[in-house]
Design a protein around this ligand. Structure first.
Ligand code: TXA
Ligand code: MG
Length: 316
């Protein structure tokens, strides 16, 4: 398959039809969700899924999230328990991914689950993502549409800056509202948080009426955030900085003097939505040393801090 021209697609009915056709032909299309842009492929097509790993340069032990248009499409792929039913009823469509036992007849490529007997599924809450999933009419595997280890994309321009020429198309649906990947919860007898994300842990615990175990730093990576260095900009990153050193570019939060500010008013939702765009902007500015203001560690702040710690982790 030729990988040298990436189609720029609009959200028109005709362009979404083209995007669905590309998916049907085993191609790769990046599309907007409310969290970040996903790099989509037909989740039943081994070759298509393999080309996701190739385009991203992604380690193959990392399984992918499967996106569906509605809950019935999810039920065809995996078995919902009581926890999953309650969470889906409250948070779907939305920024919550559920890890559930795979059905024998799911038809999913084994590459999607990396051979696990569970699958991660979610129903995105974005009109364009939804329209594409319905036009395609099947499950779409979609990790974030960035080269592995780089910053996740929240605009079509971010997607093209990392993957232009490597993928068949990108649907430009404007900037993503949430700006952080989905929260990942493994269901079952002991539900566990695998990745902090767009739905705050507090909201999930309130829905279930119990505290969740967290497995954010398991030995064997089970979710992408579990790779130590991830979401990394080009420059070095130092966290919890109130006084930047000379030569450092400050990524601020709250009322501080800073080159870029995640949220001058100290609003965590705004900060989440702007986080990846600010990291992209720091790259564009050529910032070699980045200092980041302290971010409160509750609600969406938990996911923001998780991404920032990975951006600051030692690189291989
Ligand atoms: O917001 C999001 O979730 C975005 C948008 C595009 O939907 N997608 C996304 O996908 O972040 P990705 O591939 O970057 O992150 C999915 C992660 C995988 O890296 C994997 O570790 C975890 O979900 N995952 C997938 N299947 C799993 C499974 N069966 N068990 C545990 N974790 C799983
Ligand atoms: Mg990612």
């Amino acid at each position: 398959m030729s990988r040298n021209r990436t189609l720029r697609l609009t959200t028109s009915h005709a362009d979404l039809g083209r995007a669905a056709d590309i998916l049907g032909d085993g191609g790769l299309v990046a599309f907007p969700t409310e969290t970040v842009y996903g790099l989509g492929a037909d989740a039943r097509n081994d070759t298509a899924v393999a080309s996701i790993y190739a385009a991203k340069g992604r380690p193959s032990f990392n399984p992918l999230i499967v996106h569906v248009a509605d809950i019935d499409a999810a039920r065809a792929l995996c078995v919902f328990d009581d926890t999953a039913e309650r969470l889906a009823a409250v948070f779907w469509p939305g920024a919550l991914t559920l890890v559930l036992p795979l059905r024998a007849q799911s038809g999913l490529s084994k590459l999607v689950t990396a051979g696990l007997d569970t699958v991660a599924v979610r129903m995105p809450d974005h009109p364009v993502g939804q329209a594409l999933l319905r036009a395609f009419g099947g499950p779409v595997a979609a990790p974030s549409a960035n080269p592995s280890g780089r910053i996740s994309p929240t605009t079509a321009a971010h997607v093209l800056s990392g993957l232009d020429g490597m993928i068949d198309g990108v649907v430009d649906g404007g900037p993503c509202d949430t700006g952080l990947e989905s929260t990942i919860v493994r269901c079952g007898d002991e539900p566990a948080l695998l990745r902090a994300g767009g739905v705050p842990l507090e909201a999930i615990e309130a829905c279930l009426g119990e505290a969740l175990a967290t497995q954010l730093h398991a030995q064997k990576p089970q979710a992408p955030g579990q790779l130590a260095s991830h979401y990394a900009p080009q420059g070095r990153v130092r966290l919890d900085v109130t006084t930047p050193e000379q030569g450092e570019t400050l990524l601020g939060f709250g009322s501080v003097e800073a080159a870029l500010n995640l949220s001058p008013s100290g609003d965590l939702t705004e900060a989440a939505a702007r986080l990846f765009d600010c990291l992209h902007q720091l790259d564009a500015m050529g910032a070699a040393a980045i200092a980041v203001s302290p971010i409160p560690d509750h609600g969406l702040g938990r996911a923001i801090n998780d991404r920032l710690r990975r951006a600051a982790a030692p690189r291989d």
